[in-house]
Design a protein. Sequence first.
Length: 94
Amino acid sequence: MKKHLTIFGKHVPIVRTKDLLKTHEAFAMFHRDKFFIEIDSSLTGHIYYTTLLHELIHSVVQRSGVYQAGLSHELEEVLAEQISIAIVENFKIK
């Protein structure tokens, strides 16, 4: 499992957290204020990578300035979800 990502030259730590799904009702979260990804420690395989890619897309949106340009949260969620699924499907990530 990855420990960090690099998004346009910025180090993005990945923190595995027990019971994130129970406490926050989410598989993972990108923390814009501190620029790190938190992901439920129970996730593995296909679900882990799809979720990590989803959060990576949120970090790209933030780092690239698209978020600051006024992209709605709802549209960002749809894009992150669909792009992450398309990448996993087409690159046979397990």
